[in-house]
Design a protein around this ligand. Structure first.
Ligand code: SF4
Length: 337
């Protein structure tokens, strides 16, 4: 824990460093909540370099909240295409319409009202309220938590949700109430440029004098992280329906699985299309019908690699990664003609 005097000194050093060294990003140096909000939503789960061209295109196409609220959702998704996590774009669009209909098109400066908009969580609310309205809410994203863990030698794992409140409370204690938006951005920038996950540039760090990890020679030991358990494996087989001729008709194109879900019919027998046009698969282990499972498949994380066996039958091994699902492989499949 830093003393009040040390904390004041840290704030001064950090903000001075930020003013001199921050990256000139297009969503900075503004108090307009709209671009700040868009950028913070885009930056969730995504790096600054990836976000930059998307942010520019988005702001060209939807320069203000009224434009976004008026837009067709498909147009919004088209601009978002490639950035991933499309729920963010859908929520943003819904939130823009809510702001238009409920708040006359003005982004509410009240944290509770803003926090209740679709897709707005604690982090987005704190970032937008502090950066756009200079309200005293501390942010605690991954960069900030890493800096704080090292500065204060916090033993709690940064990736354990239940410990998030420890980092949030520490960030709130450090926050410069006289300039919360600038201070929050300075903390995030320090984590992004200096106090990086690997090989932090401690010799260039403006708050090095206050850093306990640096003082104790423990920078490499912090932040602490919980080891994730290895993702479980799902072994599935995907049924294939053959056209009469000239070639096979896959449930999805070779090499790419469709988003959504594959119905897994847990029974022996021949595969056939289900009502939604997808292909059911049978349980290669055989047995009596046991009902049907549904396995979500993310097109970015699943790949189909069709193979042909010696009898000319197609096999469709499917490899799935969906956070918890690690891999699958397909045994020989039944077929329908
Ligand atoms: S001294 Fe090093 S470890 Fe400590 S806050 Fe600065 S960059 Fe991070």
């Amino acid at each position: 824990m830093l003393s009040e005097k040390e904390t004041r000194h840290l704030r001064r050093r950090l903000v001075a460093w930020y003013r001199a060294h921050h990256r000139p990003l297009p969503w900075r140096n503004t108090t307009n909540p709209y671009p700040v909000w868009i950028s913070e939503v885009m930056l969730q789960q995504t790096t600054v370099n990836t976000v930059l061209p998307y942010f520019r295109r988005f702001m060209e196409r939807f320069p203000d909240l009224q434009n976004l609220a008026r837009a067709d959702l498909q147009d919004v998704l088209m601009i978002w295409e490639g950035l991933g996590y499309y729920a963010r774009a859908r929520n943003l669009h819904r939130a823009a319409r809510t702001v238009r209909d409920k708040y006359g098109g003005v982004v509410p400066a009240d944290v509770t009202a803003f926090r209740n908009l679709p897709g707005v969580g604690d982090y987005i609310a704190a970032a937008v309220m502090s950066i756009a309205f200079d309200q005293p809410y501390a942010v605690a994203d991954g960069n900030v938590k890493r800096v704080i863990a090292r500065l204060l030698l916090i033993e709690a794992p940064v990736n354990r949700p239940v410990d998030h409140k420890i980092f949030k409370a520490a960030a709130a204690r450090l926050l410069d109430m006289s300039q919360p938006g600038t201070f929050n951005q300075a903390m995030m920038e320090l984590g992004a440029l200096i106090c990086t996950p690997r090989r932090p540039a401690c010799s260039d760090c403006p708050v090095k004098v206050h850093c306990r990890a640096e003082h104790d020679g423990k920078v490499g030991e912090f932040p602490k992280r919980l080891q994730k358990s290895p993702p479980p494996e799902h072994h599935v087989a995907v049924g294939v329906v053959f056209k009469k001729r000239p070639g096979p008709d896959y449930a999805t194109p070779p090499g790419r699985a469709a988003g959504g879900a594959v119905g897994i019919s847990r029974r022996t027998g021949q595969g056939r299309r289900n009502a939604s046009g997808r292909v059911r698969e049978r349980n290669p282990g055989g047995g009596e019908p046991e009902g049907q499972n549904r396995l979500p498949i993310d097109p970015h994380q699943a790949r189909l690699h069709p193979l042909q066996d010696r009898d000319g039958r197609l096999q469709l091994p499917i490899r799935i990664r969906q956070g918890v699902a690690k891999r699958t492989h397909g045994p020989s499949l039944g077929e329908a003609r």
